[in-house]
Write a protein that binds this ligand. Structure first.
Ligand code: ADP
Length: 498
């Protein structure tokens, strides 16, 4: 039985690069942050045509880190034209084994510069260095390695079909896993022979831009990857662009729906990986020590800024009091603070706006009659922080029980029977992830057949692997990322001639 995420094979092997301690102060010295960043278009760093810029803030201090260019429609036009040029000038026709070499090179360079990427990810996004170091960056490298391996074997990915690239990909990513989401999108797109225009989230552009630098270092032909930074309007310009053959979006369900409307009827392709409200079901026969670690991991990993977080705990009635007591004790051990301290468990909330949103959710729950329990963790004086939080006394109709909080906040409900667990777990408009803890194999099968979620973990949570397809059902979106299934999303398929 697999339990804690620290046992993930992929993460641990690739994390060897970072075997030594990363002390907070010196860690900063290994990254250099420029005062201002341009856009990456056609292999060059360019100023945006209308010259706008916005600040990126360090969540753990509230300090200004750098100025990021605000791309507008005109910049998106140029980036799409550069991507089209690179596609037609040869990337699409490149011998697949040569394309594979480029992607392998990229994967190795990500490993070479892994410390730098991890530290910058934690500074810009607020996540604990232990997570960026052992999970985000190693998994990103793994995604490039995995897809490099597929580049010259695509005929075997979709047997019986002739494959061709789609063209220019417009990829819009969120702020919770900036490098990893870029890797999830770029690696399969490039492996299949497409070119990319990437739009990072406005609060976390720095590591995507560093990835752009790494792509340059890997000598990929100019225009194969373009990066246009900016906020929602920049994203909307990219999603609406008629020169983009496929839009791949990860973010909120609200924005996903807007994009779906923009793309509808155009014949352009779309995949959406949206919000979630993952049910985490614990039966009374579960291995409790492991289940508690699993629950903590499912909701407090990355401050709960995780679309597939196990944010709704469903506990079988007979063990509920005992489990909650143990969980509260465990929560007291979680250290909240400096993302660059390797002992930190819960880092900074990504932005002031997100902190406000989480606070409103919890205050709203209290006013709707729920009980709130927070750990007593001391919080730093500056920056954006939220203590690990439990919400009990729910009826199920409260806003916090239905909507995605995207923070370190776990709602708790009880159930008696398997059927009730399934009914409660599925009482959501989302369908990204779910988890089940039980020692009974037959019950795992019974539950996984009935839970409406794209990913169901059994006796573990938040396990990710490049070979494993990830994605949602219902309002959590459609399309898969990772695995053989993820490749199909970036290919045009025709029946192979007999
Ligand atoms: P969150 O609310 O968690 O910030 P969003 O869905 O707003 O999540 O953001 C995810 C990504 O989508 C970001 O890169 C953001 O800039 C981008 N985005 C926001 N609004 C739009 C839009 N209307 N069209 C396209 N992209 C958008």
């Amino acid at each position: 039985m697999t339990t804690a995420r620290s046992q993930t094979g992929t993460g641990e092997n690739l994390a060897e690069t970072f075997s030594e301690y990363v002390p907070s102060v010196e860690a900063r010295d290994i990254v250099s942050i420029k005062p201002r960043y341009g856009l990456l278009i056609g292999g060059e760093e360019r100023e945006p045509l209308q010259g706008g810029a916005f600040a990126t803030i360090e969540p753990s201090s509230g300090d200004h880190l750098a100025e990021i260019s605000e791309g507008t429609q005109a910049d998106v036009d140029e980036a799409v034209a550069a991507a089209r040029g690179a596609f037609e000038a040869g990337w699409r026709d490149l011998a697949p084994r040569v394309r594979a070499k480029y992607i392998f090179r990229l994967a190795r360079l990500i490993q070479d510069r892994a410390r730098e990427l991890a530290v910058l990810e934690s500074i810009d996004g607020g996540k604990p260095i232990r997570e960026s170091r052992d999970i985000d960056i190693p998994l990103s490298a793994a995604h490039f390695f995995y897809h490099a391996g597929w580049a010259d074997k695509l005929e075997y990915a979709v047997p019986g079909m002739r494959t061709a690239p789609l063209g220019v990909m417009g990829q819009i990513i969120p702020w919770n896993f900036p490098v990893l989401m870029a890797a999830w999108k770029m690696a399969p797109a490039l492996a299949c022979g497409n070119t990319v225009v990437l739009k990072p989230a406005e609060t976390t552009s720095l590591t995507a831009l560093l990835l752009g630098e790494i792509v340059q270092e890997a000598d990929l032909p100019p225009g194969v990857l373009n990066i246009v930074t900016g906020a929602g309007e920049t994203g909307a310009a990219l999603a609406a662009h008629p020169g983009v053959d496929k839009v791949a979006f990860t973010g909120s369900t609200a924005v996903g729906k807007k994009i779906a409307r923009q793309v509808a009827g155009t014949g352009r392709r779309l995949t959406l990986e949206l919000g979630g409200k993952g049910a985490h079901v614990v039966f009374d026969d579960a291995a409790l020590d492991q289940a508690i670690e699993g629950i903590v991991d499912a909701i407090f990993f990355n401050q709960g800024h995780v679309c597939c977080a196990g944010s709704r705990l469903l506990v079988q009635e007979g063990i509920a009091d005992h489990l909650l007591g143990r969980l509260k004790q465990r929560m007291e051990l979680l250290r909240v603070g400096d993302p660059l301290d390797k002992n930190t468990d819960v880092g900074a909330i990504n932005s002031h706006a997100q902190l406000q949103r989480i606070t409103e959710f919890v205050e709203g729950a209290e006013s709707e009659g729920c009980a709130i329990h927070q750990s007593g963790a001391p919080l730093p004086e500056r920056g954006f922080w939220f203590r690990p939080t439990l919400v009990t006394g729910l009826g199920g109709s409260e806003r916090i029980a239905r909507e995605e909080v995207f923070g370190p906040v776990l709602t708790v409900q009880t159930f008696r029977t398997e059927a009730e667990a399934v009914a409660k777990a599925n009482a959501t408009r989302y369908g990204l992830s779910a988890g089940v803890w039980t020692e009974k194999g037959s019950r795992i099968l019974w539950m996984t057949q009935r839970l409406k979620a794209g990913v169901v973990w059994a006796n573990t949570f938040n396990q990710f692997d490049a070979a494993s397809p990830f994605g949602g059902v219902r309002e959590s979106g459609f399309g898969r990322e990772g695995g053989r299934q993820g490749l199909e999303e970036y290919l045009q398929l025709e029946p192979a001639a007999k």
